[in-house]
Design a protein around this ligand. Structure first.
Ligand code: HEC
Ligand SMILES: [Cu+2]
Length: 478
């Protein structure tokens, strides 16, 4: 009797201690669902943050800093990337279903452009874009609840959107389901994107972005993780025979869809389009839509170098959409009898030439009123992001067009600004500006329309600009 009661007392004490330890660990994780706050762990490709360990939702803070940085696009080819966090693709964000995400978008003061973020994991207009439009040197905050589990793309949605995405402004956010994901040995982050340089594929030096090629959907480069050869050789993904590998695969676009394939490795499981509720099995190639994602999972049976490609194959072997997964371990001749190999990545030359560049043909306006109407559309697509819908600009960053003495003072100077861009110190209505107004590849018609719209809005001088005037200016300026 005595022994028994002693025993049960000890068991009770042990239970109490376990209970106390459990309570303490709950404290440490700051996991109060109402007041608790965590900073999200972010990762740069090909790495992925560790699985979420929480068994409950919480408030989680995400800081993304936009940087515009020159970097390597291919050997001897430089490019000015616009990034979420300093690299292409942007930081991988990992949260749990039900989390309340407080999103901070910080636009570095050295940047030249306004940016925003549209997360496909958001239920709300614009996916956060309107709430997060941020001028250089500013920071925006908004929050959203992660209602749907899945793997989602995020991207910049500032006009011209194809330019912001085309410069590398995309990344992914994983919303883990309540029950978590099955355990695997390796998780990697791979994201495809297409790049549009003014020079042809292989042309050396710092390559400017080509608006004409992005509109034509004719990329010079198609790459994984931001550059040709980002994930080959000593930067290849790695695994051992017998291990399981999970790839979080996204496609930032801006234009191309990916036929994602690993040469010599069947996907045991694919979560198509990032849909965690409906995995499929035994897949050879899975489609990743532009602005979409998929999760693929497989177990390595034999060693060797496995080539990861977009199976639209010229993109892989001629434009850069090629990565490597190196697997070490014991041969299994029953599974695969051939000799293994370690293919050194060598692009098949750079003799790609784009035949003719795209030209946007705008419908021609028949009257000044029509010109103003068409110009409003050109303004919304190309100018509003900086000069704002009310034409007032942003103090210290983007000059006003409303009642602008600079604009109204000289029509030819205004045409020059929009055809060729402007990068100088200038004073508008008594305030100094020293930013960069990019040169757009707009047609004469579009430039005439947008300037006529601007001149006839917000109390400006009311003049008309004709395509003939724009053409005459261009010829004179040559
Ligand atoms: C990426 C931001 C950005 C976009 C988009 C942009 N601009 Fe500008 N714009 C600027 C900046 C910055 C300046 C001042 C440049 C400087 O300091 O040299 C400027 C200057 C100007 C000026 C002369 C200054 C003034 O206020 O009168 C005009 C006119 C103008 N822009 C018109 C346009 C039109 C029309 C469009 C669309 C086709 C456009 N801009 C698109 C950033 C932009
Ligand atoms: Cu942007």
């Amino acid at each position: 009797m005595r022994v028994r009661s002693f025993g049960s007392g000890a068991a009770m004490a042990a239970l109490l201690i376990a209970g106390a330890a459990f309570a303490a660990s709950r404290e440490d994780n700051l996991n109060d669902p109402i007041t608790g706050q965590e900073n999200a762990v972010l990762a740069d490709a090909p790495n992925v943050p560790p699985p979420v360990q929480r068994d409950h939702a919480t408030k989680i803070v995400v800081h993304l800093e936009v940087r515009e940085l020159e970097g390597r696009l291919a050997d001897a080819v430089r490019y000015t990337f616009w990034t979420f966090g300093g690299h292409v693709p942007g930081k991988f964000i990992r949260i749990r279903e039900g989390d309340l995400v407080e999103m901070h978008l910080d636009n570095h003061p050295d940047n030249k452009m306004p940016h925003n973020i549209d997360l496909h994991a958001v239920n709300g207009p614009g996916g956060g874009a309107a709430a997060s439009l941020t001028a250089p040197g500013h920071s925006s905050v908004f929050s959203f609840k992660a209602l749907n589990p899945g793997l989602y793309v995020y991207h910049c949605a500032t006009a011209p959107v194809a330019m912001h995405i085309g410069n590398g402004m995309y990344g992914m956010i994983l919303v883990e389901p309540k029950e978590g994901l099955p355990k695997v040995d390796h998780e990697y982050y791979v994201m495809q994107g297409d790049f549009y340089t003014q020079g042809a594929n292989g042309d050396q030096g710092l390559q400017p972005f080509s608006m004409a090629k992005v509109i034509d959907e004719k990329p010079e480069y198609v790459v994984f993780n931001g550059s040709v050869g980002s994930t080959v050789g000593d930067k290849a993904l790695t695994a051992k025979v017998g291990e399981t590998v999970r790839l979080f695969v996204g496609d930032g676009g801006p234009n191309l869809v990916s036929s994602f394939h690993v040469i010599g490795q069947i996907f045991d499981v694919v979560y198509p389009e990032g849909n965690l509720a409906a995995p499929t099995r035994n897949v050879q190639t899975t489609m990743i839509p532009a602005g979409g994602a998929a999760i693929v999972q497989f177990q390595m049976s034999v060693p060797g170098t496995f080539i990861i490609v977009d199976h639209s194959i010229e993109r892989a072997f001629n434009r850069g959409a090629l990565a490597q997964l190196k697997v070490s371990g014991e041969e299994n001749k029953l599974v695969y009898s051939g000799k293994t190999f370690d293919l050194v990545y060598q692009p098949e030359g750079t003799g790609i030439r784009v035949a003719g560049q795209g030209q946007i043909v705008a419908p021609a306006a028949q009257s000044k009123a029509e010109r103003i109407e068409l110009g409003a559309g050109v303004f919304a697509n190309n100018c509003q992001a900086c000069h704002q819908a009310d034409g007032e600009g942003v103090p210290d960053a983007f000059p006003p067009l409303a009642k602008s003495d600079y604009l109204n003072g000289d029509k030819i100077r205004a045409i020059k600004t929009v055809t060729g861009g402007l990068e100088t110190k200038l004073t508008v209505n008594g305030h100094d500006f020293n930013g960069v107004m990019p040169a757009w590849s707009l047609s004469d018609e579009d430039i005439a329309d947008v300037l006529t719209y601007v001149y006839n809005t917000w109390g400006n001088s009311g003049q008309e600009v004709t395509p003939e005037e724009v053409r005459a200016y261009r010829i004179k300026a040559q």
